[in-house]
Ligand binder design. Sequence first.
Ligand SMILES: NC(=O)c1ccc[n+]([C@@H]2O[C@H](COP(=O)([O-])OP(=O)(O)OC[C@H]3O[C@@H](n4cnc5c(N)ncnc54)[C@H](OP(=O)(O)O)[C@@H]3O)[C@@H](O)[C@H]2O)c1
Length: 255
Amino acid sequence: MGTSSDRTHTRAVVVTGGGTGIGRAAARAFAERGDRVLVVGRSEPTLMETAVAHPLILPLVADVREPSAPEAIVSAALEHLGGLDVLVNNAATASFADLRGVDHESVRAQVETNLVGPILLTQKALKALETARGVVVNVGSAGALGLRSLAGNAVYGATKAALDHLTRTWAVELADKGIRVVGIAPGLIDTGVGVRAGMTREAYGGFLAEMTKRIPSGRVGGPEEVGDWIVRLTEPEASYVNGTVVTVDGGLSVT
Ligand SMILES: NC(=O)c1ccc[n+]([C@@H]2O[C@H](COP(=O)([O-])OP(=O)(O)OC[C@H]3O[C@@H](n4cnc5c(N)ncnc54)[C@H](OP(=O)(O)O)[C@@H]3O)[C@@H](O)[C@H]2O)c1
């Protein structure tokens, strides 16, 4: 196996939440460059769909909230991919509610999926990532950057702001092990996530249309536009990018 600084080197990649949306697009983009990819999620059919026509993509059914998940995911990567060069912490869940409307279970689901999951999985992956001098990519959200607020979605936004903090801190903690840690902050990307978060299709369509008016680029993004940047951030050309969060949002967060 070569090193991660070799452009032609193909890597062993884990993408959580790889059955849909941005995770699927990233998994396929990794596979298209020749990387071996483990896609992780709770729903086998969607993972299988990601892998269709991509022999380098392997599905693994696992719930990142389960305490056994980190060991299962890292073991599967070592056994089936031969190592772990890139970990993409992408799985997440969102529930729309303001402070009066939040309930305990939705808070737990968001914190455990979006924050505790990445922490424990990255911790379990450290040894393999150190061996590979690998890269961690944390998928945050442009809506939770810097001093922004995310009205009606504060708990989700708080998990993403915290994930950005982990990105910065882990980059410092792990630099001497040769591990890079970067974040990516997608803006409004049409993945159907609003419907999965409980909106009707009509309401999600209306939300996208309304938000589009505020996006300087004048359109909603596609999952491939984020997936490609996830891959680029893991390439040798990005080896000096560390501890930062790259925004891919058509300019929305600067308005
Ligand atoms: N779309 C946007 O506009 C947008 C904007 C900003 C940030 N993001 C971020 O981008 C990432 C991808 O979002 P997306 O839009 O592609 O959403 P998505 O299609 O809903 O993807 C989330 C994925 O996470 C998986 N997942 C959820 N809970 C899980 C769990 N407990 N264990 C394992 N897998 C789990 C889901 O699969 P299962 O349900 O089958 O497990 C799903 O495949 C997320 O981190 C999201 O917060 C998206």
